[in-house]
Design a protein around this ligand. Structure first.
Ligand SMILES: *Cc1c(COP(=O)(O)O)cnc(C)c1O
Length: 382
């Protein structure tokens, strides 16, 4: 089976992890700050906080922004459930903003409409979490204008978009957001096995997230409520978690990040090749405006005829092609239905869901494999 996504591990990656295994620190050593520093350089963000998953990063990002019981957090229904669950962990209410039909990203006009309604009902959100679906940024400048007008904070869920650019600047620079989150799960652009990162230009938010990732414990005397009792002394200042990334993971991530540019370039070539191979088929192909350079985490096709989706999907799987669907709209999940959502609530997200298939997309995918996938797809669409 050709998988839909797969990590790329080089000898340099193996050597980097081996070196940590032979060193004094498997965790809380020098590799984590080195990886954080590297991500700051790549994105130009001022602070990077490495954690054990993007889900953890989203959780502590919400907490650092003051999300709590009674808060309102809005995200996209076309995302992995973690984009919404992070707010639920804080006891907040979640709502969704419908999408643009071709990119699958949060639609700015829908966001504005919903904000205007919320303002008149006094139910404005504290935080909005746009998700850069497949690796292409949402229209962050417009969303940022709305944040200023309506007074909410922004967390970019850039789990798909490490290495992407928006308006000629790296995604993760937080120009238009308070915090940006990356995922390093093996199917994503670069990996630490499990891992995530929260980036910000706000020192207070960074300090808060550092506390939250490690039990709320600090050894900084400036933060203590009484003088340190001795060198052993620390204080727990708030209720945090064990969300730390290990040095093994950070060394892998650092080594991978040195190949970020060629990885993105390879994904771009693969996407362009799919574009060429599939152009004549009755499909919507990923469409990017010129403000975006996608990281191409996913290559999502949209069938013109959605009644064929299941048969085409099954046919591709039977042909050994590990296609997938990104995503089942979050609001239709039973957990979210129990909270009052239902089919019909976000019709554009649902229509998108019914048409989409994610084709295999990973650096070691070959041109021959792409040709095979295109041939099968052509056959199945006849
Ligand atoms: C993968 C993913 C996450 C969660 O990432 P983990 O690192 O597995 O916790 C969150 N949001 C989106 C959009 C994702 O694709």
């Amino acid at each position: 089976m050709i998988p839909y996504g797969r990590q790329h591990i080089s000898q340099a990656d193996i050597d980097a992890v081996t070196e940590v295994l032979q060193s004094d620190f498997l965790t809380q050593g020098p590799a984590v700050p080195a990886f954080e520093q590297r991500l700051c350089e790549l994105t130009t963000a001022q602070h990077a906080v490495a954690v054990n998953s993007a889900t953890s990063a989203l959780h502590i990002a919400c907490l650092a922004l003051g999300v709590g019981p009674g808060s309102r957090v809005w995200t996209s229904p076309v995302s992995f459930v973690a984009s919404a669950n992070c707010a639920r962990y804080c006891g907040a209410n979640v709502d969704f903003v419908d999408i643009e039909p071709d990119s699958g990203n949060m639609a700015v006009d829908k966001l504005r409409q919903k904000l205007e309604l919320a303002r008149s009902n006094d139910t404005l959100p504290q935080v909005v979490i746009p998700v850069h679906l497949a690796g292409a940024s949402c229209d962050m400048q417009q969303i940022h204008y709305l944040a200023n007008e309506f007074g909410f904070s922004i967390i970019e869920d850039a789990s798909h978009a490490v290495g992407a650019s928006y308006q000629d600047e790296p995604v993760g620079n937080c120009r238009y957001s308070d915090i940006t989150v990356f995922s390093f799960h093996p199917v994503k652009i670069i990996t630490t096995a499990e891992g995530g990162m929260a980036l910000t230009n706000n020192t207070e938010l960074a300090d808060k997230m550092r506390l939250l990732r490690s039990h709320g414990i600090s050894r900084d005397e400036n933060l203590m409520t009484e003088p340190a009792h001795g060198a052993w002394y620390y204080q727990q200042l708030l209720l945090g978690f064990n969300y730390r990334m290990t040095d093994l993971q950070a060394a892998l991530g650092l080594s991978q990040s040195l190949r970020l540019l060629p990885i993105i370039q390879k994904r771009q070539l693969l996407a362009a090749n799919y574009d060429r191979l599939l152009t004549a088929l009755p499909l919507g192909l990923p469409a990017l405006d010129d403000t975006n350079i996608s990281a191409w985490h996913l290559y999502i096709i949209r069938l013109d005829d959605k009644t064929k989706r299941k048969a085409v999907f099954d046919g591709l799987r039977e042909a050994g092609i590990g296609v997938n669907v990104h995503y089942i709209p979050i609001h239709t999940q039973p957990y979210y239905q129990q909270l009052g959502f239902d089919w019909g609530d976000f019709p554009l997200a649902e229509d998108f869901y019914e048409r989409i298939i994610s084709l295999p997309m990973f650096p070691e995918l070959t041109g021959e494999q792409q040709q095979y996938i295109a041939d099968k797809l052509t056959e199945l669409l006849q």
